[in-house]
Design a protein around this ligand. Structure first.
Ligand code: DLL
Length: 438
C-alpha cells in the first residue's frame, strides 16, 4: 500500500478524522464562499453545529447546475493567486464546469492517485504508459502526477494516435497502462491488426475508468492484453481520478479515499440517504480541499456502497462499479436501462466486436432503442468476407442478439449489425448514446 496507516485506519478513528475535517471544511466554505454561506444559512445550519461525520446529512446539496451558475470562479475558496492549476470538464452537456487546485491540493491529488496505482498493483520503478488525455481533462495530468509521485517512469503519451502508441508499447515495454477502457480496447485491436500480440508485451495491470464499463468488458480486456484490468473512478468536481480505486486482490468494488472524500448514497428523486448496499446516487463532500471544496456534490452516478471488510486489508468503504449516469439512463416503455447493460450483452456474443452505440429513436410518441454493433472480423471471414445483413447467417445472428437483449433488458430493441471498423472509435471517453429522436 502507498499509505498503509491511512488506508487501513480502523473505522472509528477514520470517522473521527472525517468528522474533524468535515467541521473544518464547513467553517471554511461558510467564511470564504458566499454561495455556500447562503445555502447553509437557508438550510439553517451553523458551522459550529457540525460535530460528527453524520452531521453531513444536515448540509444542503450542491449540483452541477450550481457549478454552472457560479461559472467560472464563483465557488473558489482562495484568491486567484493561490490557484496553482485549473481543470475543466469538456462541457458536452452544456457550459463547462471549472475547478481549481492550490499547490497543497495538487500534492494531495498526486497522493490519492499514487495510492490508486499501488492498489492496482503498480510499483515504483515500473514503466507506466499513461493514455488518458492531457490538458483540461483531469485524467492525463492527474494520473501523471500520481505515477511520478510513486516513483514510476511515466510515458505521457495522452490519447489518440494508435500506431504511435503501439510502437511505444513495443519499444518501452511498460508494466502498467492507463486509459479509458474503450480506447485501450481499440488500441489492442489495432495492435492485433498490425500483426503484434498484446499478450506478449510485459504489461501486467491496466487502470481503466472515466466512463462506465462492464464486467464482460473487463474479461475482454484482460484476455486481449493478458493483464489484470482494474476500475478507477473520479470526477473533476471532486478532484479528478483517484476518488476511488479497485484493488487487485479483491476486484470487487472500488475503495474510496475516505480520509479525503466523504461518500453517501441518496435516492436520486427524494435526496433521502439510502442504507448500505442499496444503489442510488453517489454524493461526495471533500474533506481536505482548499481551492475548490464541495459540500454534498450530487454526482449523477449510480452505485451502492459497502463498508464490509475487504480481503486486501483496506478499511475504506467500497463503491461498486458505476452502473451508469442518471443523465444516460433511458426510460423505454417504462423500463430503466443504462447503456452499460447493453454492453454486457454485446461483449458476450462471440460473433460481435465490442464496438457499439445505443441509438434512441422516436416513431410517433414512442421512444425506441436501436443497438448498432459491429460483427467481428473473424466471423465475417468465415462468412466469406463480405457483410450482407440479408444473408441467412446474418439474419440468424441478428435474431439471436435481439432475443438476448430482450432477456437482459426486458424490452424489445432493434439491432443493426455493422461491418467491422464502421462505428467511431474513441480517443478518450466513448460516446455510447446517440439521441436521434429529434
Ligand atoms: O473522468 C476523471 C477520471 C479520469 C476518472 C481518469 C478516472 C480516470 P470527468 O471528466 O469530470 O472526470 O468525468 C466524471 O465520468 O461523474 C462518471 O460519470 C464518469 N466516470 C469516471 N470514472 C468512471 C468509472 C473523470 N470508473 C464522470 N466508471 C463521472 C464509470 C466513470 N464512470
Amino acid at each position: 500500500m502507498f499509505q498503509r496507516d491511512l488506508e487501513t485506519l480502523d473505522r472509528t478513528r477514520l470517522e473521527a478524522l472525517q468528522g474533524e475535517r468535515l467541521k473544518k471544511t464547513v467553517e471554511r466554505v461558510y467564511h470564504l464562499v458566499p454561495f455556500y454561506r447562503q445555502q447553509l444559512d437557508r438550510a439553517g445550519v451553523k458551522p459550529d453545529s457540525i460535530q460528527h461525520v453524520d452531521d453531513v446529512r444536515r448540509l444542503p446539496f450542491t449540483t452541477k447546475a450550481d457549478l454552472r451558475e457560479q461559472y467560472p470562479f464563483g465557488l473558489f475558496a482562495v484568491e486567484q493567486e493561490e490557484v496553482a492549476r485549473i481543470h475543466a470538464s469538456s462541457g458536452t452537456r452544456g457550459k463547462p464546469t471549472v475547478v481549481g487546485y492550490t499547490k497543497g491540493d495538487l500534492e494531495r491529488w498526486a497522493e490519492v492517485c499514487a495510492r490508486a496505482i499501488v492498489t492496482a498493483g503498480g510499483r515504483p520503478g515500473d514503466v507506466f504508459h499513461n493514455a488518458y488525455g492531457y490538458g483540461l481533462f483531469t485524467g492525463g495530468l492527474g494520473m501523471h502526477e500520481g505515477a511520478q509521485r510513486l516513483g514510476m517512469t511515466v510515458i505521457p503519451v495522452s490519447g489518440g494516435n494508435r500506431s504511435r502508441q503501439i510502437t511505444l508499447i513495443r519499444d518501452f515495454q511498460p508494466r502498467g497502462i492507463a486509459g479509458t477502457p474503450s480506447f485501450i480496447l481499440s488500441l489492442g485491436e489495432a495492435m492485433i491488426e498490425s500483426g503484434h500480440d498484446p499478450r506478449k508485451m510485459k504489461l501486467s495491470y491496466g487502470i481503466f475508468g472515466a466512463e462506465p464499463w462492464s464486467e464482460a468488458m473487463r474479461t475482454a480486456l484482460e484476455e486481449m492484453w493478458g493483464i489484470d484490468a482494474l476500475d478507477i473512478y473520479g470526477l473533476s468536481e471532486v478532484i479528478g481520478p483517484g476518488v476511488s480505486m479497485e484493488c487487485r486482490e479483491g476486484k470487487d468494488g472500488l475503495h474510496i479515499a475516505e480520509d479525503h472524500f466523504l461518500a453517501e448514497v441518496v435516492d436520486p428523486e427524494t435526496g433521502e440517504s439510502l442504507p448500505e448496499g442499496e444503489a442510488g446516487e453517489l454524493v461526495f463532500t471533500s474533506l481536505t480541499k482548499e481551492a475548490f471544496p464541495v459540500l454534498r456534490y450530487r454526482t449523477g452516478d449510480i452505485a451502492p456502497l459497502t463498508r464490509e471488510r475487504c480481503r486486501c486489508g483496506r478499511t475504506h468503504a467500497r463503491m461498486s462499479r458505476i452502473k451508469g449516469r442518471l443523465d444516460d439512463m433511458l426510460i423505454i416503455r417504462g423500463v430503466n436501462i443504462f447503456p452499460s447493460e447493453v454492453e454486457s450483452v454485446v461483449v458476450q456474443v462471440e460473433e460481435l466486436s465490442p464496438h457499439y452505440q445505443v441509438v434512441l429513436t422516436r416513431t410517433g410518441a414512442m421512444d425506441g432503442l436501436t443497438l448498432e454493433v459491429e460483427v467481428s472480423p473473424d466471423w465475417l471471414d468465415r462468412q466469406g468476407g463480405m457483410f450482407d445483413p440479408l444473408q441467412e447467417n446474418s439474419r440468424r445472428l441478428h435474431d439471436r442478439i435481439q432475443g438476448r437483449l430482450k432477456e437482459a433488458l426486458g424490452i424489445s430493441a432493434e439491432v443493426a449489425l455493422k461491418s467491422p471498423r464502421t462505428l467511431p472509435r474513441s480517443e478518450g471517453k466513448a460516446v455510447r448514446l446517440v439521441d436521434r429522436r429529434h
